[in-house]
Ligand binder design. Structure first.
Ligand SMILES: Nc1ncnc2c1ncn2[C@@H]1O[C@H](COP(=O)(O)OP(=O)(O)O)[C@@H](O)[C@H]1O
Ligand SMILES: [Mg+2]
Length: 239
């Protein structure tokens, strides 16, 4: 029996919706569960998550705006067959996804099937309309992909996400995927994590006790969220 983990794509297109925070939290979650994880950063101009994680897990950066990047991406997934691949996407990559989208999505789906890798999308949203519009476009490009929506609590309580709550898109998402709530981390702790470019694991070791208490509170809520969509065992495959 060999364990195959999915490729988790943290999307959301827009800058500042919390993709990097979700990626950091997911890496921390998988590490703590003892799941081998690797990171693929597609924001090559600002690889902030790589800076935080490169001492802990295998990281690579590819620009998905060109064909070369996509080739690197697929090969990276092939090389790290035994690992959960976390893909942190850049705001920019919508262009690449749209440009290469139609054919790429089909090819990618085939290629990942050949690699026996499932693609799972976590789409991070704020309360504005454009994060939903971009999700709609993404869904058209990758129609059969299991997609979960992550309401980032940084922007308010779940019931404040009224546009999403009342949308047809939510109904569509929830036929296969889930609507999730990513917890808000106190600004003081979040700012420290981001400005020092450290991982959550590292922060849990080095921060002062007050910040650490807040971090642990947040982590437990992250666990609740990720446990709904991440299977630690991966998917078993007979060899
Ligand atoms: N859940 C959250 N809790 C606390 N702060 C957050 C959260 N989500 C986002 N932030 C803040 O917003 C900033 C931008 O988030 P980031 O993850 O870098 O967005 P993106 O990667 O989508 O551009 C972070 O540096 C952080 O300060
Ligand atoms: Mg980012």
């Amino acid at each position: 029996m060999d364990t195959v983990h999915p490729i988790y794509l943290v999307g959301g297109s827009k800058g500042g919706v919390g993709k990097s925070m979700v990626t950091l939290a997911m890496a921390d979650y998988l590490q703590r569960k003892g799941t081998h994880a690797v990171l693929l950063e597609t924001d090559t101009s600002n690889p902030d998550v790589v800076k935080a994680l490169r001492d802990e897990i295998k990281c690579a950066a590819y620009n998905l705006d060109d064909a070369d990047g996509w080739i690197g991406f697929v090969n990276f997934c092939d090389t790290h067959r035994g690992a959960a691949v976390i893909v942190n996407t850049a705001a920019r990559n919508q262009a690449g996804v749209t440009r290469y989208g139609g054919t790429l999505a089909r090819t990618l789906a085939r290629t990942l099937a050949e690699l026996e890798r499932q693609l799972v999308v976590l789409w991070v949203i704020n309360r504005q309309r454009d994060s939903l519009e971009l999700l709609h476009i993404f869904g058209q490009t990758f129609p059969d992909t299991l997609t979960h929506v992550v309401r980032n609590g940084y922007f308010g309580e779940p019931d404040k996400f009224t546009l999403y709550q009342e949308s047809q898109l939510r109904k569509t998402i929830e036929t296969k995927g889930r609507s999730l709530d990513f917890p808000d981390l106190a600004d003081r702790v979040a700012d420290e994590v981001r400005s020092q470019r450290i991982s959550i694991r590292k922060a849990a070791e080095v921060m002062q006790i007050g910040q650490r208490a807040e971090l642990f509170r947040w982590r437990e809520l992250c666990d609740d969220m990720f446990s709904k969509v991440i299977s630690i065992e991966g998917i078993g495959h007979e060899q």
